[in-house]
Structures are given as structure tokens and as C-alpha cells.
Write a protein that binds this ligand. Structure first.
Ligand SMILES: Nc1ncnc2c1ncn2[C@@H]1O[C@H](COP(=O)(O)OP(=O)(O)OP(=O)(O)O)[C@@H](O)[C@H]1O
Ligand SMILES: [Mg+2]
Length: 235
């Protein structure tokens, strides 16, 4: 069966100080609808680089990325953007909100980037409620804490009801309870058929993914020992 997202032999080479090195080395991974995959690994091990290639944001040096069977780096830039906006939700590692827009408008932006119809206001409020910050809808990013900004980015990533959610340390600046809420939300989304691919530092969030990998010096390895309960979304 063709996966939703197929990473095939992905390698990314960078240069620093005249020396080339691989941040990611020949990583292959197949992601099916409803999968909830977490990746852990030390700082600098290549996690963000891998996610960015999988999300259509960073051209691999070698290898390919198939989304619904389509080789996305064979597409024109504007077609990649269109596909990403329509089908892939992305929560970047750093601050990514637009400072001149309110929380509410930040959440709605992906909806309006390409012409769409429907009740975006209702949807945006529901998502802000789900991440626990609907009271901040009219605020601006500079008025928020790091964890609140992260939650806006999570709501924004879900506004277009993506097939695939890619999240880079989405709970990095959240407390234990809020982390549990966000992980619960991701589990439910995976249960509804959206694939979730998440990078996390925290060992406790591993309990939420149903498949876990670790990244080590650019290599992706299965990580089995620490996932005893697995709130798995698979039957
Ligand atoms: N544009 C770039 N040019 C050169 N080197 C880069 C570039 N981007 C990342 N790197 C290097 O590639 C390696 C992997 O970086 P990456 O951001 O993927 O790590 P990470 O696992 O996400 O780390 P963290 O947990 O700190 O976020 C690091 O050594 C980093 O310094
Ligand atoms: Mg990173």
C-alpha cells in the first residue's frame, strides 16, 4: 500500500567552514493515515532538517518525498505551497506568528491564503478553545507567553483540516498538564485519520505516539524500549 507520506533515502548535506557534512543521512520512513509518530533525539541530530524536508520546505540533497504518491520536489514551488497549505499542517520549532495580526487572524491565515469558503470563524474559535486560549483571540503575539504562542501555532496548523500534521517540539514550552491536553488533541486527530509526525524532547510525551523513532547523528532508528503503554490510535 502506498503511504500518505513516503520519505525515501533522504539526505541533507550542509557546509560549514568549508566542510560538508550530512545533517540527515539516507532516512526512509513510510507514514500512513492515522499514524502517530514521534521522533526524539539530541540537539543537532537532524530532527528539524528531516521534518522540513518531509514538509516540502527544504530540498533534499538526495532522496525523494512522496505525498499521496506524488514526488513533491518534482513540483513547481507554487504547487508545493498549494499542496502544503491544503494538506499539511506544520508547527515550526521557533516563533512563527505574524506580529501585526491578532491571534484569531493568525489562526485563520492558512485558510485565506488560497481561496476557501465556509465557516472559518467558527472553526478558528473551536480550535482556540481546544488548545485552551480562546480568551486570547483578540490579543497580539507580543502579548502572549511562549507556550501561548505555541498553542496559536498548533491551532493554525489545524485550520485547514490537514491530512498530515508535522509538529516540531510542539510542547517544548508547555507545562505537564497543557502538554497532556495537546497530546490528547493530537491523539484524537490521529484517531480521525490525520497522520501526526512529531519531534519531541520530552520522554513523557512518548507515551502518546504509537511509533517512536530516535534520531542520532542524522540517522533515524526505531525506538522501542520506552513506549510501553502507547495510546495507540491503530486498532
Ligand atoms: N542551514 C544550515 N547550514 C548549515 N548547517 C545547518 C543548517 N541548518 C542546520 N544545520 C546543522 O545541521 C545539524 C542538524 O540541525 P537540526 O536543526 O536538524 O537539528 P535538531 O535535531 O532539530 O536540533 P534541536 O533539537 O536543537 O532543534 C546541526 O548540526 C545544525 O547546526
Ligand atoms: Mg530542531
Amino acid at each position: 500500500m502506498m503511504g500518505l507520506l513516503e520519505l525515501r533515502g533522504l539526505t541533507k548535506a550542509y557546509k560549514r567552514g568549508g566542510r560538508a557534512f550530512n545533517a540527515v543521512t539516507r532516512v526512509s520512513l513510510s507514514i500512513e493515515p492515522g499514524d502517530f509518530i514521534s521522533i526524539i533525539g539530541r540537539s543537532g541530530s537532524g530532527k528539524t532538517t528531516l521534518l522540513n524536508m518531509g514538509a516540502g520546505l527544504l530540498n533534499p540533497t538526495q532522496g525523494s518525498v512522496l505525498f499521496e504518491g506524488q514526488d513533491i520536489y518534482g513540483l513547481q514551488d507554487k504547487d508545493i505551497s498549494f499542496l502544503r497549505n491544503e494538506k499539511i499542517g506544520y508547527v515550526p520549532q521557533g516563533q512563527s506568528l505574524l506580529s501585526n495580526f491578532t491571534v484569531f487572524d493568525n489562526v485563520c491565515i492558512p485558510w485565506f491564503l488560497f481561496k476557501r469558503e465556509g465557516d472559518v470563524e467558527g472553526r478558528a474559535f473551536t480550535l482556540l478553545e481546544k488548545v485552551g486560549i480562546s480568551r486570547l483571540a483578540a490579543s497580539y503575539p507580543r502579548e502572549l507567553s511562549g507556550g501561548e504562542m505555541r498553542r496559536v501555532a498548533i491551532a493554525r496548523s489545524l485550520i485547514n483540516n490537514p491530512r498530515l500534521l508535522i509538529a516540531d517540539e510542539p510542547t517544548g514550552d508547555l507545562d505537564v498538564e497543557t502538554t497532556a491536553e495537546i497530546m490528547g488533541l493530537f491523539s484524537r486527530i490521529a484517531g480521525e485519520g490525520t497522520a501526526v509526525l512529531m519531534v519531541t524532547h520530552e520522554l513523557d510525551t512518548l507515551n502518546y505516539g504509537d511509533k517512536t523513532y530516535s534520531m542520532d547523528g542524522g540517522n533515524l532508528l526505531p525506538h522501542t524500549a520506552l513506549n510501553p503503554t502507547g495510546h495507540g490510535t491503530r486498532p
